[in-house]
Write a protein that binds this ligand. Structure first.
Ligand SMILES: NC(=O)c1ccc[n+]([C@@H]2O[C@H](COP(=O)([O-])OP(=O)(O)OC[C@H]3O[C@@H](n4cnc5c(N)ncnc54)[C@H](O)[C@@H]3O)[C@@H](O)[C@H]2O)c1
Length: 410
């Protein structure tokens, strides 16, 4: 059998195609089998692999058949939000590492199912949160570890992305995201900003998320978009959407830090994750690409441009990545998150984003739904580590570690 990491790939539509294409270019990876419950997507997946000059993978419509193969070490799943947990649990029980795409949970119970499956099997489970490997996010992590911000006090982030056109135009095809906006009202996509923030705050490693409150604005954006696209009297313009346009969630941490995250996906706006890091020594704001660090910034009370700080405090992983050639979607972070997963399988170790991180981040969706339904009442965030966070051993040391920066590995 090949020395390469042998993967199965499940879910090949919009996101899956891009992720599979990138994986198929990796010399040390064999895509042994692909699976999609829609046959044309399974065929498309196999074609993506062969077009990159790799051997044709086996094709399946049922993931249980893929998981019954004993030549697969790990699985990457680019499925819809409601499919992730069942698939992940099946993968862990089949003894295969699982890396699955981002998305929130529908219930806290789902998150516990992930944790229990991991604790029963010992098989790693990783959310493939690509933004944890963003260039700015990693430079900031590096700066925080070097103490530039002092003690962290408050963090902000957002998923600010106008999806209204896509949501309204995909009603007829019954797209999963559209359904969530119709039926639910919650912080449905927290992890792009919350993942990096949790890494910066050592969440599940000496700190934890304690409580949250969520508040939803009224919902008008999708009706307004549909009226522009199809007319005031059209079905999408008349539809009742439960999902508020802007959801604001405030999280309190065990060591007193506060985090606010905003979901802002149905009103006209440019894209931003609106990251803000604030500590006793200074503040960074993504919007405006600016920073102020007391004693380092040129003029008291005036912003500096972040660009020179980025150069100076570049994370070693990004220095290496720039030297070897940045590749892959979303500015390179898709490649880095895939490598973080693949190299964990190769080295037979825990993944840098583990099951406790995955469960914690996903739970925010279900908990925000409860808080909004209860009139913005505070709700408790479970400790998915069951106390492990209090005295946690460091994560296995690797280039992709998110609990520490290992300059000596580069
Ligand atoms: N990280 C990022 O930057 C990023 C960007 C876009 C999308 N995403 C995420 O990627 C995921 C997929 O998004 P999408 O828009 O491609 O979804 P999609 O619905 O278009 O595609 C999902 C595919 O998975 C297949 N599938 C679902 N469950 C299956 C199962 N049990 N067995 C076999 N096939 C199954 C479906 O048939 C479909 O082809 C979502 O979680 C989304 O949030 C992440």
């Amino acid at each position: 059998m090949s020395e390469n990491v042998r993967l199965g790939f499940i879910g090949c539509n919009y996101r899956g195609s891009g992720m599979l294409s990138l994986l198929s270019e990796m010399e040390d990876v064999d895509i042994v089998a692909v699976c999609d419950r829609i046959e044309s997507n399974a065929n498309k997946a196999a074609a993506i692999v062969t077009e990159k000059g790799k051997a044709e993978p086996a094709k399946y419509l049922d993931h249980h058949e893929l998981l019954s193969r004993d030549d697969i070490q790990g699985v990457i799943a680019c499925t819809a939000w409601l499919d992730h947990v069942n698939l992940a649990v099946d993968c862990m029980r089949a003894g295969k590492y699982i890396g699955f795409e981002v998305g929130g949970a529908c219930s806290v119970e789902e998150c516990w199912r992930l944790v229990y499956a991991y604790e029963e099997t010992g098989v790693p489970c990783m959310m493939l949160e690509n933004c944890c490997y963003g260039r700015n996010e990693l430079a900031l992590l590096n700066m925080i570890k070097q103490g530039l911000f002092g003690e962290l006090i408050h963090m902000q982030g957002a998923y600010g992305h106008d999806l209204s056109h896509s949501l309204v135009s995909r009603i007829q095809e019954r797209h999963y995201r559209t359904f969530h906006y119709h039926h639910r009202n919650c912080e449905n996509y927290p992890t792009h900003e919350l993942g990096p923030i949790c890494n910066m705050l050592n969440i599940n490693r000496g700190n934890r998320l304690l409580t949250l409150t969520s508040t939803a604005s009224k919902a008008r954006g999708l009706n307004a978009r549909a009226a522009k696209m199809f007319g005031e009297d059209s079905m999408p313009a008349q539809r009742h959407w439960n999902q508020g346009d802007v959801i604001t969630t405030v999280i309190k941490c065990a060591h007193g830090e506060t985090i606010t995250i905003n979901l802002d996906t149905t009103l006209p706006r440019p894209y931003s994750r609106e990251l803000c890091v604030q500590g006793t020594e200074g503040i960074y704001m993504e919007d405006g690409n600016r920073i102020y660090i007391e004693g380092i910034s040129q003029t008291p009370h005036e912003w500096d441009c972040f660009a020179p700080y980025l150069e100076k405090y570049e994370h070693p992983l990004w220095k290496w990545f720039k030297n070897t050639g940045v590749k892959g979607g979303h500015g390179g972070m898709d490649y880095l998150v895939q490598r973080a997963f693949i190299e964990s399988i190769r080295d037979n170790r825990e993944t840098p984003i583990d099951v406790y991180d995955t469960a914690t981040w996903m739970s925010i969706t279900a908990l925000s739904e409860d808080s909004i339904a209860l009139g913005s009442m505070p709700v408790a965030i479970p400790d998915f580590t069951n106390g492990l966070w209090i005295d946690r051993r460091p994560d296995p040391k690797c280039r992709y570690s998110l609990d520490a920066v290992h300059n000596d590995l580069f």
